[in-house]
Design a protein around this ligand. Structure first.
Ligand SMILES: Nc1nc2c(c(=O)[nH]1)N[C@H]1C(S)=C(S)[C@@H](COP(=O)(O)O)O[C@H]1N2
Ligand SMILES: [Mo]
Length: 249
């Protein structure tokens, strides 16, 4: 959800206990009700706060010697090969869907935005992890520039690769989309992203398992639901039935 809505949600939660005071609360059943509501809101607030917490970051000397590539590691498509050979001069990242102001950003546009650098651990559901430094603009800046509609509930990531005959794609909710460590990475350990790791762009969503971190990004799409998108479950692995949509860590 856009910042404003998130903020008003938090403000609403914070304001609630105050409503339970004085006169009204003196009659027994009403005050029970207030207690229950307060309890519910306290739990909701705690859940939201824990989802907004930062993932651990590491010092440079804890970086892994290599970040293996998983899933797609090479794209054979001729136009991708040409772009790759030239350093992606014409690559475009679209920001579209339920937005007031759709964007088409070049690599130069993305590098001109404020950048975030973070050394984090990637955890793959298959049981391996690796620590690496990632750099790129934060997704929330792109979403703010595109002015995401109040109707949008999810952000979908579209990719350039085809795995087992299907287009790879992924999605997250607005809490992860606006998380301060969710970035559109174009560098890995100080170098342009290698092909195996998603060149030229991949998302880092540090509170989620590896398969959510879509590589070879072509578009970011704000949607109300997944009903009309591929298998309707919000992601490549989710549609196949292998992994859960929510992969929080
Ligand atoms: N487009 C795309 N994104 C993808 C995948 C993929 O095959 N295609 N694999 C996912 C999985 S399962 C993992 S663990 C990570 C692997 O990232 P890496 O190749 O940089 O190690 O990317 C994720 N994102
Ligand atoms: Mo993975």
């Amino acid at each position: 959800m856009p910042d404003i809505r998130r903020r008003s949600l938090l403000a609403g939660i914070a304001a609630l206990p105050a409503a339970g005071c004085t006169q009204l609360a003196e009659s027994e059943p009403v005050s029970d009700l207030f207690d229950a509501a307060e309890d519910w809101h306290r739990k909701a607030h705690r859940t939201l706060a824990s989802r907004q917490a930062l993932a651990p970051e590491y010092p440079p000397d804890e970086r892994s010697p290599d970040i293996k590539g998983n899933g797609t590691v090479r794209i054979d498509d001729a136009s991708y090969r040409e772009q790759f050979a030239q350093g992606f001069p014409d690559w475009q990242l679209q920001v579209r869907g339920l937005v007031e102001n759709p964007l088409a950003l070049s690599m130069a546009d993305l590098k001109a935005l404020p950048q975030r650098t973070q050394i984090t651990r990637h955890d793959c559901v298959e049981g391996w992890s690796a620590i690496a430094e990632w750099k790129g603009p934060v997704l929330s800046d792109l979403l703010d520039a595109a002015k995401v509609s109040e109707k949008a509930n999810f952000i979908v990531f579209r990719c350039a690769d085809v795995l087992y005959g299907r287009d790879y794609y992924e999605s997250v909710d607005m809490v992860d989309a606006y998380h301060p460590q969710t970035i559109i990475a174009h560098e890995l350990n100080g170098e342009p992203l290698p092909e195996k790791n998603g060149a030229p762009l991949r998302v880092r969503i540090e509170r989620q398992l590896g398969y959510k971190h879509a590589k070879y990004l072509t578009a970011i799409e704000a949607v109300e639901s997944f009903d009309e998108i591929y298998g309707g479950k919000g992601g490549f692995w989710e549609d196949i039935g292998d992994y859960q949509w929510y992969a929080g860590i």
